[in-house]
Design a protein around this ligand. Structure first.
Ligand code: SF4
Length: 326
């Protein structure tokens, strides 16, 4: 059966103007996301990985149009979100939700859990009565593993893991098709992380959800993702099926990211030469040609002159590196 495309991005780009220097005289541009072309299939989890500042969170916000792109398009079920009126976009947003890294910051501390989860139902006038809203909140709390009798508590009365369950219940309130999970377990203890990942996995099965799972943690991404997209300095450098990426990383940056994953056994201490060194170049003034060239041990003169294009090196596997040019 052919995979159905739920979301497609075309040349998606976001630049942020900034001011620097005294009195803001020297304007500069942060190239946060550059020419991202992706297809996200219905029912899959697409993991997006990269170091801090690689543009993965900005990409998530662009996909659900929390940010307007500088150029490029996002299609949801074939419809261009950029051509929708404010009303149409508001209605479309029911299908696209986001779960953030820090549930304490993303939940209004003055609202009780019942009101936090019911808020989207009330905003979109889903039910006719408050009783129906409360019934739906109860149902969502059960689905997310929170006891419904806690619905009149405030977020600060819950642990970090429970608060993230509340955020997930709130994200599910409008029966979305797509959820952008932006580092949803990074702020949690390791033992709690696996519970939240299992919950996300179970909900995906039951509700046929599609996830974009953004994380800097490659082990977490591996656990949940069907495909993985690796980003460096706002660009996609490699994309493929999770097992292929982890078994045989092709792009030098992907290799270094995987080699940087710590192994909890001193016998397997990694050689320093295998480690990724150097600072991430500035997105205000990225290197010419390949953005990764200042950290890449395989860089040649060509890498400084020519931007590597994404090539399909095997079905569904794309890489942007001159080493793989045909
Ligand atoms: Fe390294 Fe050149 Fe490939 Fe960039 S294009 S990853 S600099 S070999």
């Amino acid at each position: 059966m052919e995979n159905k495309v739920l979301v497609e991005t075309k040349d998606l780009t976001k630049e942020f103007p900034t001011k620097s220097g005294s009195f803001g005289k020297n304007r500069a541009t942060v190239h946060a996301v550059t020419d991202v072309n992706l297809q996200i299939f219905e029912g899959e989890t697409l993991g997006v990985v990269g170091e801090s500042g690689c543009g993965k969170s900005t990409l998530g916000r662009l996909i659900i149009r929390l940010l307007d792109p500088t150029r490029g398009q996002v299609f949801f079920e074939g419809k261009d979100l950029g051509k929708m009126s404010i009303e149409e976009l508001r209605s479309q947003r029911k299908q696209m939700q986001m779960v953030f890294q820090d549930p304490y910051a993303s939940l209004n501390p003055r609202l009780r859990v019942r009101d936090l989860i019911a808020e989207p139902l009330i905003t979109h006038k889903v039910n006719k009565t408050a009783k129906e809203d409360t019934d739906r909140v109860e149902d969502l709390m059960r689905k997310c593993g929170i006891r419904p009798e806690f619905m009149y508590r405030y977020p600060h009365q819950f642990s970090g893991g429970q608060r993230q369950r509340v955020s997930i219940a709130r994200a599910l309130a409008l029966n979305p098709k797509l959820i952008i999970c932006d580092e949803p377990v990074s702020a949690l203890d390791v033992s709690i992380q696996s519970q939240i990942l299992n919950l996300l996995g179970d909900l995906q099965q039951d509700l046929h959800l599609t996830y974009v799972f953004i994380s800097h943690d490659l082990s977490v991404v591996r656990y949940l993702s069907d495909r993985v997209c690796v980003m460096f300095l706002g660009k996609v450098c490699e994309l493929g099926v999770t097992r292929d990426i982890y078994a045989n990383p092709l792009h030098p940056y992907t290799k270094f990211l995987l080699e940087a994953v710590p192994i909890p056994d001193p016998k397997y201490r990694k050689d320093q030469k295998d480690m990724l060194t150097g600072e991430i170049p500035s997105p205000v003034n990225p290197p010419s040609g390949c953005h990764f060239r200042t950290r890449c041990p395989y860089a040649t003169e060509r890498c400084a002159k020519e931007v590597p294009k994404l090539h399909e090196v095997a079905p569904g596997r794309i890489v942007a590196c001159h080493l793989f040019d045909k």
